[in-house]
Design a protein. Structure first.
Lengths: 279, 281
C-alpha cells in the first residue's frame, strides 16, 4: 500500500529582490513517485538538488506550488487536514542542538505529546516507550547538553517517536556525528523501520543509503534514478555525474574486477565482499 | 612549527562537576606538516583546538608557535591570530558582511594592515579557495550555495595568512563531490608554502589518505601519535575508543582474519585492490 505519493509535484521558492520584483526559483520540477507503507527509502543527491525541499513537502511544512502530495491518502494542500498530516509524518533534522527544547531529556521527549493534549498517564507511557526504543532510558533525567551528538540525536528521534507517527523523515541525521554516533542512529532507524514505521532517510553517506529498500536519486529538482541499492550502485558513472559516489565495498569490488578477479555484480556490503573473496 | 607541552585543562575546577578535559597532552607539528586529529565525541579534540588558537588558556602547560608562547597571558591575541587560523565546523554560519569581499576583509582589517595590503590579501585568498574574485566580490555571501559559502569562510581565515591552519570537520554535510573538492582545496593550500595544516575529522578515509601524521585523542589524553599506517594498524585499541578504520583497512582486516594472506595495512581502495589481487592471482 502506498503511504506517500507525489503527483507532478512542483515547488517554487519566492523572494522579492531589492527592486521589489518577485523572483521565483523552481526547487522541485514536476516529480512523481510513491513510497510504500513500512518501507525504508533513502534519498541521495548533491547539495541544492531539492532533497530537503521534497522532505518538507512530505509533512506539509511546505505545500506544492503545483501538483499534489498525498500522505496516507490526504492531500497536504487541504489545510483543514494539516494536523492529520503532521501527526502521520514526523521529521528529524541534521543538527540535534536545534531540535531540543527542554533542560531534561524526558521533558523534551514529552514536549510534542503535551502540545497535542495527550492524557498525562499516556504521555508517561509514550515517553518511556520512546526512550527505550532509542536505548536512552538510562539518560531520562539527564540534561541534554551533557550528552554526545549521537545521544542528542537519539533524543530528537525519541521526541518524534512519542508522537506515534506512521512515518519519520530523517534529513541528514548523521551529518554531524562521529562514526560510533552514526552507527547508533542508523541502528535506531532500522529498528523503528522493523517495527513498521516508514523511514525516509536523506543522506550524503552512500553506505547508509545502501541499507535502504529503495533509493531515489535527485538532481536539479528532479528524480533521476530510482531503484533498489543493488540497481542504483551498479551505475557508478551516472552517480558520479550527479556528484555522488558508491559505497567503499562496491568501489573495491569494481577495482578488483578491473584487475581480472571475478566477482558477482551485486556486491553492496563489506560482509558479502569478504565472503565472496574467501570462497 | 607548533610545540604543545604538557597541556592540561580542567572545566569547572573545584566545582562538583569538574572535568579534566585535557591531561598532559604533548606533541609537535613541524613546518609544512599535515597532521590529522581523530577522536570520539567528548575525547577533548575541541578543547585542544580552542587552546591552539588561544580561545582557552590551559591550567598547566605551554603552546609555542614559531617561538611565540601563545599560552602566556601577556601575549597579544592579535599576534596569536596572525600565527594560527582556525576554521570552525560549519564556518558558513559565521558569514555576516554585506559582500563577500567585505567578509573576507574583516580579519585582515583587524590586524591594522594598509588598505592595499588588505585588498591584495582578499583577492588572493578568494582566488586560492577556487572562486572567481571579480564575479563574486560584490555578491552577498547569503546568495551563494552551501559549498561556495564554506569556501568564502575558509578564505576569511586564509586572508589572515596564518603559519598554522586548523580546520575542524571542513567537509561535514557535503555531498561526495563537494566533499572531495573541499579536500582538494585543503591539500592545495597545504601544497603552497610551508604552512602546518591540522585537520580534525571523523572521516577515517580522508585522514588516512592525506595526513602525514595522525594524533588520536581519547578521554582527554593523546592516546596515539604516528603515521596513518602505524595508527590504523592498532585496530583493537581504536575500536575500543569508539573509532573506526578507513574502509580499505576494515575490509582487508576482515579478509586477514578470514585467513587471507594480506600483510600490508591498506589505507585506500587502490592499495586494497592491489594487495588483494596479489594473493588472489
Amino acid at each position: 500500500m502506498e503511504f506517500i505519493k507525489a503527483d507532478k509535484l512542483t515547488f517554487e521558492y519566492k523572494k522579492t529582490n531589492d527592486a521589489g520584483q518577485e523572483i521565483s526559483t523552481e526547487a522541485i520540477k514536476g516529480v512523481s513517485f510513491s513510497i510504500e507503507k513500512g518501507s525504508f527509502v533513502a534519498i541521495i543527491g548533491q547539495n541544492g538538488s531539492g532533497k530537503s525541499t521534497l522532505a518538507k513537502n512530505m509533512n506539509a511544512l511546505l505545500i506544492p506550488t503545483t501538483g499534489k502530495m498525498y500522505v496516507d491518502g490526504i492531500d497536504t494542500s487541504d489545510l483543514t487536514r494539516l494536523w492529520d498530516v503532521r501527526q502521520r509524518v514526523a521529521m528529524v533534522f541534521q543538527n540535534p542542538d536545534n531540535q531540543i527544547v527542554s533542560a531534561i531529556v524526558e521533558d523534551d521527549v514529552a514536549f510534542g505529546p503535551e502540545n497535542i493534549g495527550v492524557d498525562p498517564a499516556e504521555i508517561r507511557q509514550r515517553v518511556d516507550a520512546a526512550l527505550s526504543g532509542v536505548e536512552m532510558s538510562d539518560y531520562r533525567k539527564k540534561a541534554p547538553h551533557l550528552l554526545s551528538g549521537g545521544q542528542k540525536q537519539k533524543i530528537a528521534i525519541a521526541g518524534a517517536v512519542a508522537m506515534e507517527p506512521e512515518c519519520i523523515v530523517f534529513d541528514e541525521p548523521t551529518a554531524m556525528l562521529d562514526p560510533a554516533g552514526r552507527q547508533e542512529v542508523l541502528n535506531v532507524i532500522r529498528k523503528l523501520n522493523a517495527r513498521g514505521i516508514t523511514a525516509i532517510l536523506i543522506t550524503h553517506f552512500m553506505e547508509e543509503a545502501a541499507q535502504a529498500d529503495q533509493i531515489l536519486v535527485m538532481d536539479n529538482g528532479e528524480i533521476k534514478m530510482e531503484g533498489s541499492p543493488k540497481e542504483i550502485f551498479r551505475r557508478a558513472d551516472e552517480l558520479k555525474a550527479f556528484c555522488l559516489d558508491v559505497p567503499a565495498p562496491v568501489a573495491l569490488a569494481s577495482a578488483l574486477r578491473e584487475k581480472g578477479i571475478e566477482l558477482p555484480e551485486d556486491i553492496l556490503t563489506t560482509e558479502v565482499l569478504v565472503e565472496e573473496l574467501i570462497k | 612549527m607548533i610545540e604543545v607541552k604538557n597541556l592540561t585543562h580542567i572545566y569547572s575546577e573545584d566545582l562538583p562537576h569538574q572535568q579534566k578535559a585535557l591531561e598532559d597532552v604533548s606533541f609537535t607539528a613541524g613546518d609544512g606538516e599535515f597532521v590529522g586529529i581523530i577522536g570520539h565525541t567528548g575525547s577533548g579534540k575541541s578543547t585542544l583546538l580552542q587552546h591552539l588558537n588561544g580561545l582557552l588558556k590551559p591550567k598547566t602547560g605551554t603552546i609555542i608557535v614559531d617561538g611565540l608562547d601563545i599560552t602566556d597571558k601577556k601575549t597579544s591575541m592579535i599576534e596569536v591570530r596572525k600565527k594560527v587560523g582556525l576554521v570552525f565546523q560549519y564556518p558558513e554560519y559565521q558569514l555576516f558582511e554585506e559582500t563577500v569581499a567585505k567578509d573576507v576583509a574583516f580579519g585582515p582589517k583587524n590586524l591594522g594592515l594598509s588598505q592595499e595590503e588588505i585588498d591584495e590579501r582578499v583577492r588572493q585568498s578568494i582566488t586560492a579557495v577556487g572562486l572567481d574574485y571579480d564575479a563574486i566580490k560584490n555578491m552577498s555571501p547569503f546568495e551563494l550555495s552551501g559549498g561556495q559559502k564554506r569556501r568564502v569562510a575558509i578564505a576569511g581565515v586564509i586572508a589572515m595568512n596564518p603559519d598554522v591552519l586548523i580546520l575542524d570537520e571542513p567537509t561535514a554535510g557535503l555531498n561526495p563531490k563537494a566533499h572531495q573538492d573541499i579536500l582538494n582545496l585543503v591539500t592545495g593550500i597545504h601544497g603552497q608554502g610551508n604552512r602546518t595544516v591540522i585537520l580534525v575529522s571523523h572521516n577515517m578515509n580522508d585522514i588516512a589518505r592525506i595526513c602525514d601524521r595522525v594524533l588520536v585523542m581519547d578521554k582527554g589524553r593523546l592516546a596515539m601519535n604516528g603515521t596513518p599506517k602505524e595508527v590504523f594498524a592498532r585496530e583493537e585499541e581504536l575500536k575500543s575508543m569508539g573509532l573506526a578504520l578507513p574502509d580499505a583497512a576494515e575490509i582487508t582486516s576482515r579478509l586477514r582474519k578470514a585467513g587471507m594472506n594480506i600483510n600490508e595495512i591498506c589505507l585506500t581502495i587502490e592499495e586494497a585492490a592491489e594487495e588483494i589481487a596479489k594473493v588472489r592471482k
